[in-house]
Design a protein around this ligand. Structure first.
Ligand SMILES: Cc1ncc(COP(=O)(O)O)c(C=O)c1O
Length: 408
């Protein structure tokens, strides 16, 4: 173990206080296990918030990264490069898309998408068609445009004035969308499963209805697949299991398997609206990032692997339901693939962070989606043994919290 030179206290001394991490500092990961500075081992049900799609230090990703590191790190968008072209080619082969824009994060992919839908409407229908409709509780990132399209006021507050022309309606409520949409709408933006909002899957009727309404009003349909994409739901992209095709799709998180990368995917016709000089990113399409993402996508686009993600959803649901039945903490267990949520009930509502802290004490990393939902987004190749062991640790953590009582 290396000598510890920095600790959690250092964070308060040198970092902007927009996060409040726990005391432990992880230093190494392998598969779905992580070790902290003291050598304590954790099972990772958090997966870097749906990022470590192939776990930690996957040999194929490590090899791809090292090989690329020996050759070419960065060029900027003045030149194109082989990994970017190969990744874009692969993404267009595997999805509805014909054109790709690369960037570095989910927020940036969405920023590009929101700019594109406005520009496409401007080019094809005129400046009046500029309204974006999105959904309450949605999350699309932390830039000013993305917190404005996002349906959670708390992320906007204090940063106003926000960009205008954005309306939020209730998710899974087609009537509400019908009321709000018009020929001035340039796009409807949705997550196929709301992630940060509480692991809320769109109903099949809703998704189809949204597509139809968009078509009726010449509005583009944007799927934010930053969290649901790259195999997370057991489909390479969630739309593939929904009988609906979006016009624009954003991907990040799992796409890089831990290396920062984002992508916006669209059709050739729509892409024309981001002509030369209209948008850009210095790092977007960086060879290191694209080489790793290509390895991620090639590994994930495997029917057996994706089918196994759906099977493991069953293991998570069974584990959570059995803990819920024993300790009476869950009102609902839901999700899609390895995006799983357990909604807390009754006196346990709002106590998500307590369960997280107790789980950590037992050697398990998990997440919340808002204060009422325990969220799990592990590696897509987590072993059955690690799921089982993680559930044993979770059960111990839940038992401790329940024994202390809701008001402790
Ligand atoms: C659906 C969705 N969109 C966008 C984002 C923002 O991605 P990033 O944090 O990479 O900017 C997130 C992150 O949680 C997300 O879940």
């Amino acid at each position: 173990m290396s000598e510890v030179k920095v600790s959690r206290e250092t964070f308060n001394d040198v970092m902007v206080p927009n996060y409040n991490p726990p005391a432990i500092i992880p230093v190494r990961g392998e598969g779905s296990r992580i070790w902290d500075q003291q050598g304590t081992e954790f099972i990772d049900f958090a997966g870097g918030i749906a990022v470590n799609a192939l776990g930690h230090s996957h040999p194929r990703l490590v090899a791809a990264l090292k090989d690329q590191a020996d050759n070419l790190w960065h060029l900027s968008n003045v030149f194109t490069n082989e990994p970017a072209l190969e990744l874009a080619k692969r993404l267009t082969e595997l999805t509805f898309a014909e054109r790709v824009f690369f960037c570095n994060s989910g927020a940036e992919a969405n920023e590009a998408a929101f700019k594109l839908v406005r520009k496409y409407a401007f080019d094809n229908f005129g400046p009046e068609k500029n309204e974006i409709i999105s959904f309450e509780k949605s999350f699309h990132g932390r830039t000013l445009f993305t917190v404005s399209v996002g349906g959670q006021k708390k992320y906007r507050e204090g940063f106003e004035p926000a960009p205008g022309g954005i309306t939020h309606v209730e998710y899974n409520n087609l009537e509400a969308l019908k009321e709000a949409i018009s020929d001035r709408t340039c796009a409807v933006v949705m997550e196929p499963v709301q992630g940060e909002g509480g692991i809320i899957p769109a109903t099949p009727e809703f998704v189809k209805g949204v597509r139809e309404l968009c078509d009726q009003h010449n509005a583009l349909l944007v799927f934010d697949e930053v969290q649901t994409g790259a195999g997370r739901t057991g489909e390479l992209y969630a739309y593939m299991g929904m009988d609906v095709t979006p016009d624009v799709l954003t991907s990040a998180k799992g796409l890089g398997g831990g290396f920062p990368v984002g992508a916006m995917l669209t059709t050739a016709k729509i892409a024309e609206s981001l002509g030369m000089g209209t948008h850009g990113s210095t790092y977007g399409g960086n060879p290191l990032a694209c080489r790793v993402a290509l390895e991620v996508i090639n590994t994930l686009s495997d029917e057996k692997l994706l089918a196994d993600v759906k099977r493991k959803f069953g293991l998570f649901v069974d584990g959570l339901e059995s803990i819920g039945a024993k300790h009476g903490i869950f009102e609902d267990v839901r999700g899609s693939g390895l995006l799983v949520g357990g909604e807390l009930k009754g006196e346990w509502k709002g106590k998500g962070p307590r369960f997280l802290a107790a789980a950590r004490e037992e050697g398990l990393m998990l997440l919340v989606a808002g204060p009422n939902v325990l969220r799990m987004t592990p590696s897509l190749i987590i072993s059955d043994e690690d799921i089982k062991e993680g559930m044993i640790r979770l059960e111990r953590a839940v038992a401790k919290v329940v024994a202390e009582g809701a008001d402790a």
